[in-house]
Design a protein around this ligand. Structure first.
Ligand code: HEM
Length: 129
């Protein structure tokens, strides 16, 4: 039985930071949503995202940011913009070879470890498309 936390199976802080970096870069390149982040402290946002994912997956971090409802209230995010952001998250996870079962939180605990490192090499498998 898999004993390690999802945080560990994802590859820990290094892998999560790499996915967040890639995710934010994809969002920054998308004119449908990048205007929303014009006044955002991006290094801080990245840290908040890493901490949020770390805490949610059983890793050693507390999320110290604001709650999601407060943060996003009044931003006027459309459904299409939400879908655009979500697609970048999925793409960043797929680029890092995170298995589909981990991408869907409802099944994450029943799936096998991710290939956060390629079985054929020791280098991180986080690659750009
Ligand atoms: C899966 C959905 C999402 C999650 C988990 C998420 C998560 C977060 C987190 C953790 C922060 C930092 C909180 C803080 O500053 O204390 C944040 C901030 C932010 N989010 Fe999201 N977010 C999501 C969707 C979106 C969408 C769809 C948009 C707009 C297209 C958006 C726009 C922003 C902006 C502009 C900020 C920075 C606010 C500021 O500069 O003060 N988020 N988000």
């Amino acid at each position: 039985m898999e004993q390690r936390s999802l945080f560990e199976r994802l590859g820990g802080s290094e892998a999560i930071s790499a996915v967040v970096d890639d995710f934010v870069a994809r969002c920054a390149a998308d004119s449908r949503i990048n205007g929303k982040f014009a006044r955002t402290d991006i290094p801080r946002l990245k840290k908040m995202l890493v901490d949020q994912v770390t805490a949610a997956t059983g890793g050693p971090a507390n999320y110290t940011g604001r709650d999601m409802k407060t943060v996003h209230a009044g931003m006027g995010v459309t459904g299409a913009q939400f879908d655009a952001l979500a697609s970048h998250l999925v793409a960043a996870l797929e680029a890092a070879q995170v298995k589909a079962g981990h991408v869907n939180p409802q099944t994450q605990e029943t799936n096998q470890t991710t290939a956060s490192r390629s079985p054929r090499s020791n280098r991180p498998a986080v690659t750009q498309r």
